[in-house]
Design a protein around this ligand. Sequence first.
Ligand SMILES: *Cc1c(COP(=O)(O)O)cnc(C)c1O
Length: 426
Amino acid sequence: MIDPTWKPETLAVQGGYRPKATEPRIVPIVQSTTFKYDSADHVARLFDLDCADHFYSRLSNPTTAAFEQKLAQLEGGVGALATSSGQAAISLAILNICRAGQHLVAASTLYGGTYSLFYTTLPKLGISVSFVDPAASAEEIAAQFRPETRLLFAETIGNPGLNVLDFDKFAAVARQQQVPLVIDNTFATPYLCRPFELGADIVVHSATKYIDGHATSLGGAVVDGGRFDWRCGRYAELTEPDASYHGLRYCEKFGAQAYIVKARVQFMRDLGMCAAPLNSFLFNHGLETLPLRMERHSSNALAVARHLQQHPQVSWVNYPGLESHPTYALAQKYLPRGCSGVLTFGIRGGAEAGRRFMEATRLIALVVHVGDLRSSVLHPASTTHRQLTEEQQRASGVLPDLIRLSVGIEHVDDLLADIDQALAAC
Ligand SMILES: *Cc1c(COP(=O)(O)O)cnc(C)c1O
C-alpha cells in the first residue's frame, strides 16, 4: 500500500504503482487502445460510470493511470487527468467549468502559449479573459471579477518573468469571489511547491518540462485538490444533470472528485486530447528522479545567477533566488527548497549581443525548451513570444534584450566556463 504521509522523495519513487506478486516490477507500457470484457452488463456499468475499469485508452489506460496517481499523490490532490500536452491540460481545466458567455481572470505574467490561448482562442469560443498584474493589490484584482467569472488563473513561477506568485493574496481573492484558484505549477513542480497547501484548488502541468526532464515527450496533467465547493450555486455543470450520462450529477455521485471525473468522462471523452501510454511511462520514469533533479537544477541556477550578477558584461539578472529579485521574499516563503532551473539576464549590447551569446555557447544549446536536464538558452522576444506585440511581451515579462537560460544538471564549473567563454566572444 502507498502511504500518503511518505515524503515526496519516497512517493516519487514508490508512488502510483505497487505491483502484486508476479507482476512486473516496473510500470508496464500498456500499448492497447482497448480492453476485453466478458459480459454486456459489465460494459454497460462502465458506460454508466458505475465502475472505473479501463475500457478505451482515450478515457483511461493503466500506464497513464499509474502516472496520474503518482502525480496526484505528489501534489496532495484527490485525482489527476493526464493530457497530450500542457496546452491541452490548461484548455481542459478551463473548459471543464467555463463556457461561452463566461469569463476568467488571469495573472498577465504567463507562458506565451497560455497567453495566446487566453488572448486569442478562448474569446473565439465566447470565453473572455481579464489580465491582472500579479503585483496589483487584492482590491485591484477583485475589481476584475464579474458575476460570470468562473476562475482565477496564475503560474507559481511566471514564465519567463520568473515572478513568484503571492499565493496568500490570490487565494484570498479567489475565496472571497467564490471561484477556484487554478495554478500552473510547471516551473516549480510538486517537489518545490505544493499549491494545494497554499490555497489552490486545481493544478495544471506541462509534463513536457521538468516532469519528463529528459526532453523526450509532450504531455500535461490536470490535478484536482478536491476542496472547492462546487455547490456554491454557480457551477451548474457539476451540480445539475448531465444529459450525456442519463442525468448524472457529478457532485452527488463523485463528491470531492466531481471536477476531475467530469473532466475525464465528459471533456476527455469529447475532445480526446489524451496522453500516449509510452509518454506516461516516460513521465513516470521522470517523476522518480524529480526531487534529485530539482535540487540540482535549483542549486546550479542559483550559482549561475550569482556568477552572472557580478559579470561586467551583464546588465541585469532575474532569478527569484537572488536577494535583488522583486519576489525574493515570496520565493523564500513559498519555494524554500529552491527556485527551479530557469533564469533570465540581459547582456550589455542588447538584442544583438544576445543573439551572439546564444550562438557562442558550446555546452549550452540553443533550444526552444526548458526543464531538460541538459542546459539550454533562448531569446524569447524573437522566438516563443514573437507572436505578441512588444506591449504584450512587456506585460508578460519579456524585455527585448532578455536571454533565458534553462540551467541543467551538469557540473556547475563546466556551465560557468561555457558562459564565460561565450560572453568573451560577444
Ligand atoms: C511549456 C509550458 C506550457 C505548455 O505546455 P506544452 O506541454 O508545451 O503544451 C504551459 N505552461 C507553462 C508554464 C509552460 O512552461
